[in-house]
Each structure stands twice: as structure tokens, then as C-alpha cells.
Write a protein that binds this ligand. Structure first.
Ligand code: GDP
Ligand code: MG
Length: 163
């Protein structure tokens, strides 16, 4: 099994958009409604001469708030069990939410390497207004736009640094 990267985060933060951007195909379903990744989806790429397996851990069906929270916990458990590094994706347009804080505390306790990725930073002038995410307590943080492809190469560079 090659080095595995799992993408976790709330519904609608852009997990599937990022996955498709990294893999270079529209494999994963992107939808405006939260929770519309049907299943875990795996893809492989080579970057800086290193092989990465990337997992989109998205949800099963659009669902109620309780079901979504439950699902997120399962995704996080799965990622902790199987990934070498976890991409914790948050939404820079929406800002920091309590669900992000819940996920962050589980991830911190796991001791797994976590790269905190603030998505939807479509313009780098918007980076300072996203400094609140430093509060989540991860040293490794990067600001990207999955849909515009901004800093996604930098993200992959950072991921291969963990290998
Ligand atoms: P998921 O539920 O986490 O898999 O999120 P999706 O990938 O399905 O994306 C949810 C919504 O966010 C879609 O409407 C995407 O087009 C949008 N989105 C994803 N990445 C970006 C981004 O970098 N900037 C902006 N403005 N929208 C984005
Ligand atoms: Mg999805």
C-alpha cells in the first residue's frame, strides 16, 4: 500500500472538489448540498517521484444534522486508522465552526500527522481573515482554493514532505 492521505472535514467544505483537483479527473461527485459524496473514493497520483493514495472520505447521502455528525466521526476514525497523514479540510468562506472544533479535538488526541487545509481562499488577499483557524492548534496549515487550483501544488509538496 502506498502512502495514504485521507481528506476529512464537514460536508460542503470542498473535499470532493479537492480530491478531483488532485487526481485530475472528476471521479468524486461535487454537490452544493452537504454530504453528497456517495462512498469513500480512492485515487492515486505520483508527485515529486512519490506515490500517494488519496481518499475522499465524504458522506453517504444528504442527511439530518445528527446523521451528518455521526458520519463525520466515523470518517475521522477511519482516517485515523488507515491514513499516514490526514488532510483536515475547513471552509475559509464559512469560517471556523463548532463541528470543526469537535473534529480538531479528536484529531489532536489521535497523534496522527494532520495538515490543516483552509479551502475556498479564492484570493490570497483573504488569507488574514482566516487566521482564526490557527486556534485549532495545528502547526501545519495551508490556505488553498480547490476550485481555482490555488496552492494545490504547494499542498502536494507539503504532503510528500511527510513521507
Ligand atoms: P464536500 O461535501 O466536502 O465533498 O464538498 P464539495 O467538493 O462537494 O464542494 C461543495 C461546494 O463548495 C461546491 O459548490 C463546490 O463548488 C464549492 N467549492 C469547493 N472548493 C471551492 C473553492 O476553493 N472556492 C469556492 N468558492 N467554492 C468551492
Ligand atoms: Mg463530497
Amino acid at each position: 500500500m502506498s502512502f495514504t492521505v485521507a481528506i476529512v472535514g464537514r460536508p460542503n467544505v470542498g473535499k470532493s472538489t479537492l480530491f478531483n483537483r488532485i487526481i485530475g479527473k472528476r471521479v468524486s461527485i461535487v454537490d452544493d448540498k452537504p454530504g453528497v459524496t456517495r462512498d469513500r473514493i480512492y485515487g492515486q497520483i505520483e508527485w515529486n517521484g512519490k506515490k500517494l493514495t488519496v481518499v475522499d472520505t465524504g458522506g453517504v447521502e444528504p442527511a439530518s444534522r445528527d446523521i451528518i455528525l455521526n458520519q463525520m466521526k466515523r470518517q475521522v476514525d477511519f482516517a485515523i486508522d488507515t491514513a499516514d497523514v490526514i488532510v483536515f479540510l475547513v471552509d475559509g468562506k464559512e469560517g471556523l465552526t463548532s463541528a470543526d472544533e469537535d473534529v480538531a479535538s479528536i484529531l489532536r488526541k489521535s497523534g496522527k500527522p494532520v495538515l490543516l487545509v483552509v479551502n475556498k481562499v479564492d484570493n490570497f488577499r483573504n488569507v488574514p481573515e482566516n487566521y482564526e483557524f490557527y486556534r485549532l492548534g495545528f502547526d501545519d496549515i495551508i490556505f488553498i482554493s480547490a476550485s481555482h487550483g490555488l496552492a494545490v501544488g504547494d499542498l502536494l509538496d507539503r504532503l510528500t514532505d511527510y513521507i
